[in-house]
Ligand binder design. Structure first.
Ligand code: HEC
Length: 169
């Protein structure tokens, strides 16, 4: 081996060694930088997490909460307020609500016979309807307001009282 070859091999070995050291240095620097940078979480993982905690994690708070609350309130406001969807079918209302007492005459309630209603009818329709809407306690017993079905409208109670008076035996 000539002297020149020996010099070449020495320099070339140094160059390779230097490049290997440089490779290790940039690998370590890369690992270090990777630790420092904060990357956003995987959106799929975030969505899956939110879905998983949704039933207990949902609260009316912040901006989305305000929207959800407004939506819930709007839904409640548009929900049918009147019983039986506001139906004025007096016979149906009587059978659903009032007949429990007035058919059998339970607890002193006037039955659907004329004899039980003569003095009541004498008071006038207005008083009877008012008693049926507001409820009242007479000498016979307790008539609960709206027959105990508080979502009946005034009009529904009125047509039902009229139907009762018209259908006495
Ligand atoms: C829990 C039993 C009960 C139910 C249900 C009930 N009532 Fe009565 N109602 C009574 C009783 C008891 C009286 C008599 C009270 C008294 O005069 O002492 C009465 C009396 C009345 C009177 C006579 C009022 C007056 O001025 O004399 C009307 C009208 C009447 N009810 C309508 C209704 C209508 C309409 C319904 C259904 C929406 C209804 N009631 C449901 C128990 C009931």
């Amino acid at each position: 081996m000539s002297a020149q070859d020996r010099i070449f091999i020495k320099n070339f070995t140094l160059l390779i060694a230097g490049l290997m050291v440089f490779t290790v240095v940039i690998i370590l620097a890369g690992i270090q930088l990777n630790k420092l940078s904060s990357r956003p979480d995987n959106p799929d993982k975030v969505a899956a997490l939110e879905a998983r905690i949704a039933p207990v994690g949902q609260v009316y708070a912040g901006d989305t909460g305000r929207d959800a609350l407004a939506a819930a309130q709007a839904a409640a406001a548009t929900a049918p307020a009147a019983a039986f969807d506001g139906s004025l079918d007096a016979e149906m209302i009587y059978n659903s609500v009032c007949s429990a007492c007035h058919t059998s005459g339970v607890a002193g309630s006037p039955k659907m016979v004329k004899a039980d209603w003569e003095t009541r009818i004498a008071q006038g329709m207005e008083v009877m309807v008012q008693h049926a809407i507001e409820g009242y306690t007479g000498s016979a017993g307790v008539m609960p307001a709206r027959g105990g079905k508080m979502d009946l409208t005034d009009e529904q109670v009125e047509v039902t009282v009229q139907w009762m008076v018209d259908n006495l035996q």
